[in-house]
Design a binder for this molecule. Structure first.
Ligand code: SF4
Ligand code: SF4
Length: 284
C-alpha cells in the first residue's frame, strides 16, 4: 500500500521560493473538482518558506524551512471535521493524503484553528478552508511528485512512498536523521525534516604571539549531551551545530605550545565567542 510522504533537508535549501511559486502556478485560478478549489492570488501559503536568521554579527546564519501541510497520520483537522453538519469535510485517503473536500467544507471557517501548524487558509471569496493537497490530482494521473518538489533545484524536497523501503524518502526516514517540525504535537507527520535550525556555538582561534589564525587548534565542547571535538579551520574558525536550546557548556581550546583556554557557553541563544586568543605557553 502506498503511503505518501516528504522529507525536507533544511541544509540544502537556498530560499529560492521555487516551491512556493510552483504551488501558486499550479493552484491559482485552477479548479480541480473533488481535490481543491482554486487558490486565491494573495494571502495563502500552501507551501510556506520560513526564513530564520541566527547568531549575531559577524557570525550570522540564515536557514529556510519549507512548510506545507504535514499530511499527518493522526490529523487533528480530520478529528475536528468529524463534527458539524457535514462530517468528512476533511478526510484522509488510503495513501495517507489529507484532503479538504471543497464542497463539504463550505463555510467551515472553524476548521482553520483545528490545525496546530496553522497550514489551513480561508478563501473569503469562495467561503472555503484550503490547504496543500500534495498535488493529489497530479499523483492520481501518474505524476511521481507534487509541483513544489519537481521545482526544487537543490533537491531539498524529496517525495515518495514511505512504505517502499527502496524509495529515497523511505531511506531518508530510515536513516534516523529526520524529525518532525513540532514533535510535541504527536500527529505522526508524514513531512519530516533534516537539519532543522537549532543552536550553535562558534568562535575564532587566534595565536596571540603572532596574531595569526589558529588553524589546527583542537576545540572540545563538553556539558549537555555527548562531548564533541573539532579542529579550527585555516581561518581559525570553529563551530558546533545542532545543539539543544538551553544547554550549558564548557568550550576548551588547545594547541601545542599555547596555554589552554576554557570558556563558558549557554545555548539559550546562538553563541559566538568571538576571537579566542591563545597565549604562548609560559609567556614564551
Ligand atoms: S498539518 Fe494540520 S492540516 Fe495538515 S493534516 Fe496535520 S492537522 Fe491536518
Ligand atoms: S524550492 Fe527547494 S531550495 Fe527553493 S525554497 Fe523551496 S525547498 Fe528551498
Amino acid at each position: 500500500m502506498t503511503k505518501y510522504g516528504m522529507v525536507m533537508d533544511v541544509t540544502k535549501c537556498n530560499g529560492c521560493y521555487n516551491c512556493f511559486l510552483a504551488c501558486r502556478d499550479e493552484h491559482c485560478g485552477n479548479e480541480f473538482p473533488a481535490y481543491s478549489a482554486s487558490q486565491p492570488h494573495t494571502g495563502h501559503y500552501w507551501m510556506r518558506v520560513v526564513e530564520k536568521e541566527r547568531g549575531r554579527y559577524p557570525k550570522v546564519k540564515v536557514a529556510y524551512t519549507a512548510i506545507p501541510c504535514m499530511h499527518c497520520d493522526k490529523p487533528r483537522c480530520v478529528e475536528v471535521a468529524q463534527g458539524g453538519e457535514e462530517p468528512g469535510a476533511i478526510y484522509q485517503r488510503a495513501d495517507g493524503i489529507v484532503l479538504i473536500d471543497p464542497e463539504r467544507s463550505a463555510g467551515r471557517k472553524d476548521l482553520l484553528s483545528s490545525c496546530p501548524y496553522r497550514v489551513i487558509f480561508w478563501n473569503e471569496e469562495k467561503r472555503l478552508p484550503q490547504k496543500c493537497t500534495f498535488c493529489a490530482h497530479l499523483l492520481d494521473r501518474g505524476w511521481a511528485e507534487p509541483r513544489c518538489v519537481e521545482a526544487c533545484p537543490t533537491r531539498a524536497l524529496v517525495f515518495g512512498d514511505l512504505d517502499d523501503p527502496k524509495s529515497e524518502v523511505a531511506k531518508l526516514v530510515a536513516s534516523g536523521r529526520t524529525e518532525a517540525l513540532r514533535p510535541e504535537y504527536e500527529m505522526g507527520d508524514k513531512v519530516t525534516y533534516i537539519g532543522l535550525p537549532k543552536r550553535f556555538v562558534a568562535g575564532a582561534v587566534v595565536f596571540g604571539d603572532s596574531d595569526k589564525c589558529g588553524e589546527g587548534a583542537k576545540v572540545t565542547l563538553e556539558g549537555t549531551g555527548t562531548p564533541r571535538t573539532t579542529v579550527a579551520d585555516n581561518y581559525g574558525d570553529f563551530e558546533f551545530e545542532s545543539l539543544p536550546a538551553g544547554g550549558s557548556y564548557t568550550v576548551r581550546v588547545e594547541a601545542v605550545g599555547y596555554d589552554t583556554r576554557e570558556l563558558a557557553a549557554r545555548t539559550n541563544q546562538d553563541v559566538y565567542l568571538g576571537d579566542v586568543v591563545l597565549d604562548a605557553s609560559g609567556g614564551r
